[in-house]
Unconditional design. Structure first.
Ligand code: SF4
Ligand code: SF4
Lengths: 152, 372
């Protein structure tokens, strides 16, 4: 019988202790953010989808070496190039320029292999995270076009 | 305790738990043959989110397989990537700078605390208490913010590289981690008062769902499940790897074998992880975070390699059979939850269904890791 009552006593006490803790939490400051009205700044290393980096003239730094395409575990990157003739020191030379850089973001795992494998510093992560859509095609990014849009 | 049941086959019915039951945190299905509220027989059905990670590992280069490892257990992903890089480094003979190993240990332990915190919240929610989940998530958020700042991701990290890390940690991280430790210690005390002492909580766990050490051995259960059954086994102590021998920490073991013991093991483990983080931050040496000498494309010598690590859920092993090529000939992932879950069928026979759900919560299942 004694055990019965001591258990009731213990039980009531434990519930009161618990309620005391939750009650105190009432008066703690709010920690949540009212998204989408408020947003927080992404950290410097945040990995969004990749983006091309432009050189001083606004052209992509990419030299179409294909390293990123080969390194990508999921095959998200499709490159295209055209060759143009440029004059260097009076001599006409052939040079590849980037004509297409497509990223299939539906497959991307944001692993960063492409950025790390680029020896020309031509890729970076964007800070974009508001990416929601009901259509798959919205995630096939044409990075060259995005770069031009940013320049314009 | 559940009373012995009278088997009358004509009166049982089949209860289908899942495949998308909120209490099982993933897509697991359990077919239960019920006699009233008592379970006569249960059968777990797997494979709803199977993604063939092992096969992918055989078709990708070792570096390309890195992001896959963090998709096994999305709550404690760093432990799994740690196992993979350790296996490759040992097989290929890559020297890892000390600083990198320390940072790995610190981040893995932070991740373990985050994983246990989420489990704690979800477990109490399974039992019907909602507020602890909110408090746990609030604490976990601090860890995720810290890890995001160094790794660039919040859950599916791809931070370790063969020979080191993707990036070094900065002073902000070290400051934040130092601030986090006392905060977490205070929170642990709060959880103890709020949940561990709670009469309803205790009544639902104490003496419920005994899992004997024998059964753990039979099914190969590891981690907190085995340590709650009195088996003193932790890969960090028993087969030390990385810089763990440098740290002073204990392995919590409980002998009660019930759901409460498994709960207590995890709660104590958080404190031990904090101790490791504290010592790691103190001892963190200067130096490079990436090995200088390392091959550009990794090719392992012909052979058979195995590496086990202690993740938040138990012993995770990765076995690589190499034929000397850029990718593995055969890759096998031994995931702890897969073994831990399989004792559920045997242990829950004759249990009340509500006890069985609490028991399942105490096993800390992460389904994508079972269906890897
Ligand atoms: S982040 Fe990884 S998956 Fe995404 S495009 Fe780059 S290499 Fe491919
Ligand atoms: S690795 Fe860099 S330079 Fe080479 S194709 Fe990719 S983005 Fe261009």
């Amino acid at each position: 019988m004694g055990g019965y009552f001591s258990e009731i006593l213990y039980g009531s006490k434990s519930l009161l202790v618990g309620m005391g803790i939750t009650f105190r939490e009432f008066f703690k400051p709010t920690v949540t953010v009212q998204y989408p009205y408020q947003t927080i700044k992404m950290s410097a290393r945040f990995r969004g989808h990749i983006e091309l980096i432009a050189d001083a003239e606004g052209k992509p730094k990419c030299v179409v070496c294909g390293m990123c395409e080969r390194a990508c575990p999921s095959g998200c990157i499709t490159l295209g190039s055209t060759s143009v003739e440029v004059e260097v020191d009076g001599k006409v030379k052939k040079k590849k320029i980037l004509s297409k850089y497509e990223l299939d973001f539906t497959k991307c795992s944001l692993c960063g292999q492409c950025v790390e494998n680029c020896n020309f510093g031509a890729l970076e992560f964007s800070k974009e995270y508001n990416l929601a859509s009901t259509r798959k095609e919205d995630f096939h990014f044409n990075l060259l076009k995005r770069l031009e849009e940013r320049n314009a | 305790m559940s009373a012995p049941i009278q088997l009358r086959p004509d009166e049982t019915f089949i209860l289908n738990v899942g495949p998308q039951h909120p209490a099982t945190h993933g897509v697991l299905r359990v077919k239960m043959q019920m006699d009233g509220e008592y379970i006569v027989k249960s059968e777990t059905v797997l494979g709803y989110v199977h993604r063939m990670h092992e096969k992918m590992g055989e078709n990708r280069t070792y570096a390309q397989f890195l992001p896959n490892l963090s998709r096994l257990d999305y709550l404690g992903a760093l432990g799994y990537t740690h196992g993979h890089v350790l296996a490759i480094e040992r097989a290929a003979g890559i020297e890892v700078p000390e600083r990198a190993e320390y940072i790995r240990a610190i981040t893995v332990e932070l991740n373990r605390v985050a994983s246990h915190l989420f489990w704690f919240g979800a477990f109490v929610m399974d039992l019907g208490g909602f507020s602890p989940l909110m408090y746990a998530i609030q604490d976990r958020e601090h860890i995720l913010d810290m890890l995001e700042a160094v790794t660039g991701a919040r859950l599916t990290y791809c931070y370790y590289r063969f020979g080191g890390l993707y990036n070094d940690v900065d002073d902000n991280f070290i400051e934040a981690a130092k601030r986090f430790i006392p905060r977490m210690r205070k929170s642990l005390k709060k959880y103890d008062a709020l949940v561990t002492g709670n009469i309803i909580f205790r009544k639902r766990l104490e003496g419920i769902a005994p899992v004997s050490a024998e059964m753990c051995r039979k099914y190969g259960a590891t981690g907190p499940v085995a340590r709650g059954s009195g088996i003193n086994f932790d890969v960090r102590k028993n087969e030390p790897y990385s810089v763990y021998p440098e740290f002073d920490f204990d392995i919590p073991v409980y002998h009660e074998c019930d759901s409460l013991a498994r709960y207590r093991v995890r709660m104590d483990e958080m404190e031990q992880s904090l101790r490791i983080i504290e010592q790691g931050l103190e001892k963190l040496p200067d130096g490079p975070f990436m090995a200088e000498k390392k091959p550009k494309t990794i090719k392992l010598p012909v052979g058979d390699y195995y590496q086990a690590v202690e993740t938040a859920r138990g012993s995770f092993g990765i076995r690589i059979v190499s034929d000397g090529d850029k990718n593995a000939y055969r890759l096998k992932l031994r995931s702890p939850t897969y073994s831990n879950m399989h004792l559920f069928d045997e242990a829950c026979e004759g249990m009340l269904i509500m006890d069985a759900l609490a028991f399942m919560g105490s096993l800390d299942l992460v389904i994508p890791e079972i269906d890897r």
